[in-house]
Design a protein around this ligand. Sequence first.
Ligand code: CDP
Length: 308
Amino acid sequence: MAGDGTVQLIDEKGKRLDGRNFDELRPISIKIGVLENADGSAEIRMGKNIIIAAVYGPRELHPKHRTLPDRALIQCFYRMSTFSVNDRKSPAPSRREKEISMVISNALTSVVFTEKYPRTTIDVYLQVLQADGGTRCASLTAASVALADAGIPMRGLIASVAGGLVNDKVVLDLYDIEDQKGSGDLPVGYCPVLDEISLVQLDGVFTLEQFEECLNLSIKGATEIYDIQKKALQDKYAAIRAEVSVDVKETEKKVKPKEEPKAEVKEKPKEPVKVAPKPEIKAKPKEEPKAEVKEEPKPEVKDKEEVK
Ligand code: CDP
């Protein structure tokens, strides 16, 4: 939704209307496991954007004819709540929502080991509760950690942010007014582990230099977001580990019976040990000397010649 770029969005000191520098991200927070009923979930707050991602699956796909024989299908459902923008948004899925669902699905398919789950679907629901520009990028970032939360094996996480052109200057992480009144928008999804770009779209007119500068700035921003994603996942598992260790300690306490004070055992006076009298061993009668067996002298064998 790029504008004509005539609205002044950067002051003479180079600061943007919300006070950020050209290469600065909005404040971002990510929470993992926010939904009880989903297999994996996440909530992202990026500036004023609030988006929930919920993952279900891998599970059976209906209608069956859509199943893929050699891999899982990743279906994304990006939806903006009717109350997420100033003018009430129609609840019917718009072409924009279908397009965003498709590009997010394609990006995720490039990093998930879909071949591990043939003939199934992995459903990713993305619900925008509050929109402030850059919702497709924030949704992709949240979807990626929600998939990890669901335990779905991935080659790497995707972090996403849009760079853009504002008053002919390349800036990072466009927010609503910049998205609408700026002259260019370049959403980028980047997987730092693979050093791969999994999503890139472009709206507006960029020179080649501006495009390269904007792409590099978006990759730098995505790398910062990746650290926040990792931290959110690590925090969740650290919390689980702490919870489990408390549980284990409590269970151990319950299972172990309290050691009762030992009853005093009075030692009985030792009775003199009776030694049984050893049975008398009678001396064996001496063996009688064996009669001497005299060997009879063998008859002398004379030489053959002598016999003759
Ligand atoms: O949100 P994103 O930048 O990824 O997508 P967009 O199509 O460029 O939309 C830019 C912004 O316009 C959204 O983030 C919303 O803040 C706003 N918008 C709106 O006010 N009403 C709509 N029906 C759609 C978008």
